[in-house]
Ligand binder design. Structure first.
Ligand code: PRX
Length: 654
């Protein structure tokens, strides 16, 4: 692709070709000599019993990794390090919201996790039971995750920014025995009470958890339900010295489920194993993130997202690194806070999202120079497309490699990036890189289902089975949905679809061009437009609604809603329309959470549809972005798009 800027000019074609050979061989082996390759990687973790079979793919597309092996994620993340680094930092909790800062050594983390595990056991949790974790970014959230792993319970972390409706649907699907939560989180100095949202979610859900374990941060008063609600403080005291050994579980034992949005309104529980995940993370820390024991890793994500699971909690700890858990904004108390933490804790590897960098880019650049960042070796960015100006700005500001990486909740670790730990490689701006070892990545033509092998052809990014270790096993309690959603979307081929468009250039670098489905990406948060539509339809004066993702300079995309009112007779003034818009936004805030709130809700007379009544989503999105909607011959009434054009145009005027 000539339109992309290369970090290396054509003169340096030679080194690029040279590096390709060593990594290419590494990658080739991972695919053609899969068993031997992944047997070697299995050595990176501790096993109680060595696996008998590396990969069982006798029932595609279900892959079972490390069959017969027994291990434990918490052992690999915590206990294993007690021998060599008990007094080294393991978890560094920093909150600029409550002005707290506390470092837990591996020994202290081990103790806290056992206290949490003993408390969960007392509340009746056993191996295989689900524990839902609805928590702000505090150390106890990590204790809870690790405690579940320790006793073989399956955790399901729900992002703290979600509201009671989202939480209720996840409680219903996961059927947790216990929910771990807190009185409140805090954002930008504003306390966000969690407990009332949890109470409401439990009220809405058909499934009722037997108990709630609540961390009282003293931020917001809690009404406790007798017999159900238990405070962490006294339970922790009671179990200060209760030893809880790790339960050795099968490699294929479910470690967690994590809900993510897809095409339909109902979020999917992405289900992950134990052994494959531990090996995949350990390998990624070595080959991709190059984390060394004793160094500090700082991921700015949230434990409610997959990046938080893999690269705040499990990955860095498995690698024997200290990991920072940060509660707060990147610009508060000022835009230097992250760099201050890098200096203070000598962070060597940092992980963030392009949106956060774009936020910092709007601040005084002097903050990048204020602190000693000499410990920092690389910044990894993921979750959404990394635009070139953002990459250039941060790369120049920090003077370290910026490593874009592309993956999904489903995969748990990068699909496309560069593996500098195998071989130093150049990056190209705009491209996350090349397929990672273990991933047999293909581009498939949507129209013919054929594999596209030539350069610069646009297709669906797909992965030939088996998915490598660490990727989803299935959809929680819904194998059929796993097969039908991910593996049957390309007719005639059993291949995993990422639902992303992509192209590959002549050097084998991929470029991601956006989703093929109705998923949108707002500030790196993955949201299903159908879910937002279902919520908005619940408003008594909404007859019909369409939500689309619209390009946004800061957030990458924002959600925009176009609704038809049931009774439009009162909507004759701007004030009346704004009032209804406000009501709709409030509804989304209260049911799904502010992350899902559309940037605008426009009221239209009708939605653009085909004569057979199918919503013309792509045309609607194009017009909302001020682009040409393309072929509209199947459209029923062109006036529908004209009205959208006028409304969006008028709103864009200052
Ligand atoms: O569309 C792709 C986009 O985010 C989706 C996955 O989101 P999620 O499940 O939240 O997992 C995020 C894990 C980092 C993908 O299907 N995406 C993710 N990373 C990139 C990206 N798009 C472009 N470039 C990336 N580096």
């Amino acid at each position: 692709m000539d339109t992309h800027n290369y970090e290396f000019s054509s003169k340096t074609d030679k080194p690029r070709r040279a590096w390709m050979s060593r990594y290419a061989e590494f990658h080739r082996r991972s695919i053609t000599d899969r068993e031997a390759f992944w047997a070697e990687q299995a050595q990176l973790i501790d096993w109680q019993q060595a696996p008998k079979q590396i990969c069982d793919y006798s029932n595609p597309p279900f892959a079972r990794w490390y069959v017969g092996g027994t291990t434990n994620l918490c052992h690999n993340a915590v206990d294993r390090h007690l021998k060599d680094r008990a007094d080294q930092a393991a978890l560094i909790y920093v909150s600029t919201e409550t002005d707290e800062e506390k470092t837990y050594s591996f020994r202290e983390l081990h103790a806290e996790v056992q206290r949490m595990a003993a408390s969960l056991l007392e509340l009746g949790v056993r191996s295989g039971d689900r524990v839902l974790i609805y928590m702000p970014m505090i150390a106890e959230a990590a204790f809870a995750m690790l405690a579940c792993a320790r006793i073989g319970a399956i955790h399901s972390v729900v992002f703290g920014g979600f509201a009671s409706g989202s939480l209720a649907s996840r409680i219903e699907d996961a059927e947790p025995k216990v929910v771990v939560s807190a009185d409140a989180g805090s954002r930008g100095g504003k306390v966000v009470a969690y407990k009332p949202l949890l109470d409401e979610a439990i009220r809405l859900s058909k499934h009722k958890p037997a108990a709630a374990l609540l961390v009282d941060r003293g931020l917001s008063p809690m009404d406790l339900t007798a017999g159900r609600d238990h405070l962490w403080g006294p339970l922790r005291e009671k179990h200060l010295n209760t030893p809880v050994p790790c339960e050795w579980v099968d490699a294929t034992h479910i470690s967690y489920t994590l809900y993510t949005s897809g095409t339909t309104g109902k979020p999917k529980g992405v289900q992950r194993d134990t052994g494959g995940y531990a090996v995949a993370l350990a390998a990624s820390m070595k080959y991709i993130f190059e984390g060394k024991p004793g160094e500090t890793y700082f991921s700015t994500s949230d434990i409610g997202w997959v990046v938080g699971h893999s690269y705040i909690v499990y990955g860095p700890l498995i690698a024997g690194m200290a990991t920072i858990m940060y509660e707060g904004l990147p610009i508060r108390p000022d835009a230097g806070i992250w760099w201050q933490l890098v200096e203070k804790y000598k962070v060597s590897r940092m992980f963030s999202a392009p949106t956060a960098v774009r936020v910092l880019k709007k601040q005084d650049p002097a903050f990048l120079k204020k602190y000693d960042l000499s410990s920092l070796k690389a910044l990894y960015l993921a979750g959404e497309p990394l635009d070139e100006p953002t990459a250039q700005w941060i790369s120049q500001g920090l003077g370290v490699p910026i490593i874009d990486n592309y993956w999904q909740t489903e995969t748990g670790w990068p699909i496309l990036t560069i593996a500098n730990g195998v071989e130093k490689a150049p990056s190209k701006f705009g491209s996350p890189g090349v397929p990672m070892y273990g991933y047999d990545v293909k581009l498939i033509s949507e129209s013919t289902g054929e594999e596209l092998t030539g350069p610069d052809q646009k297709g669906v990014v797909a992965i030939e089975g088996p998915l490598p270790p660490g990727c989803m096993q299935t959809v929680w309690r819904d194998d059929a949905r796993f097969v039908n959603t991910y593996w049957k979307s390309i007719p005639g081929k059993l291949v995993y679809s990422t639902f992303d468009w992509g192209i590959r250039d002549k050097d084998g670098y991929f470029f991601i061009l956006g989703r093929t489905d109705d998923v949108i990406n707002v500030a790196g948060h993955r949201l299903g437009t159908r879910e937002i539509e279902e919520c908005i339809s619940g408003h008594p004066n909404v007859a019909e609604v369409a939500v689309v993702g619209v390009a946004d300079q800061l957030k990458g995309q924002v959600a925009m809603a176009f609704a038809v009112a049931k009774d439009a007779s009162g909507l004759t003034s701007d004030a009346a329309r704004l009032k209804l818009e406000g009501e709709v936004m409030k509804l989304v805030d209260s049911q799904l959470g502010a992350v899902a709130r559309p940037s605008r809700v426009f009221f239209v007379n009708l939605l653009p549809k085909t004569r057979s009544g199918k919503l013309l989503r792509r045309a609607l999105q194009a017009v909302a972005e001020g682009r040409d909607p393309g072929d509209l011959t199947t459209m029923d009434d062109p006036a529908a798009l004209q009205q959208v054009r006028e409304l969006v145009g008028a709103a864009a005027k200052p």
